[in-house]
Design a protein around this ligand. Structure first.
Ligand code: TYD
Length: 216
């Protein structure tokens, strides 16, 4: 339950190329247009430390083992929670975060095979109990999401380069995420026109803002 006065914490999740970043931006714009105070942020990133860790993990070419990778994502998350997310929620603002704990459970826990319990244990320390009220998972077939990624012309980063079997495990992990996280987890069809997907997202967030998950 969300305590009275605390802001709503929304996380977007999904494989690479599922349209999370676009949908985060559309939601943030729509909420701001309605006068809702929103902090838009992302992982890995959101802080100076997080941006450095992001470069290290995704673009450095350094060989990083699965446990070190999970710990680095968690270290960036700890800083992000303390510096950005917890203060915004305490001010009563809505936080919209592009990726959070679900990414680690699925990419490191399932994709890399570390196991959800190990990744969860590491992240209990990192999040200190600050968890999303709503997690929106965008579900898109891997073939289509990878095609979208390649179409944007950017070179694939370390995680994107892991091949379609890794990304199939990630997709399956996300489809089962509902039983792994507290709060509401909505797995939405991420295919079809951007505006239609946005409509599906708004329906979930409107319900949450109307009071789902608050004891106010
Ligand atoms: P993302 O920001 O979605 O990538 P981009 O903006 O380049 O499309 O995410 C970066 C990558 O990091 C993505 O492949 C997923 C991965 N990731 C993890 O493996 N574990 C995590 O905990 C997080 C937050 C991200």
């Amino acid at each position: 339950m969300r305590p009275a006065g605390r802001g709503l914490f929304v996380a977007f999740e999904g494989g690479d190329g599922t349209g999370k970043t676009t949908q985060c931006r559309l939601l943030v714009d729509a909420l701001r247009a309605r006068g809702v105070a929103v902090v838009a942020t992302r992982e890995p990133g959101g802080t100076a430390l997080g941006d450095r860790v992001r470069d290290l993990l995704l673009h450095s070419g350094i060989d990083i083992g699965p446990m070190a990778e999970a710990l680095l994502f968690a270290a960036a998350r700890a800083q992000h929670v303390t510096e950005v997310i917890a203060p915004a929620l305490a001010r009563g603002e809505t936080v919209v975060c592009d990726r959070f704990l679900g990414s680690s459970l699925v990419y490191q826990g399932i994709g890399l095979g570390l196991g959800m319990e190990t990744v969860r244990a590491v992240n209990e320390l990192a999040t200190a109990g600050v968890l999303p009220d709503v997690t929106v998972v965008l579900d898109v077939p891997v073939e289509e999401s990878l095609r979208r990624k390649h179409a944007d012309g950017e070179l694939p980063d370390t995680v994107e380069s892991r091949g379609s079997r890794f990304h199939e495990r990630v997709r399956e992990g996300y489809r089962g995420l509902g039983s792994q996280l507290p709060g509401r987890v909505a797995v939405l069809d991420g295919t079809g026109p951007v505006g239609e997907v946005h409509g599906r997202v708004c329906a979930i967030i409107d319900a949450a803002l109307r009071g789902y998950g608050t004891d106010a």
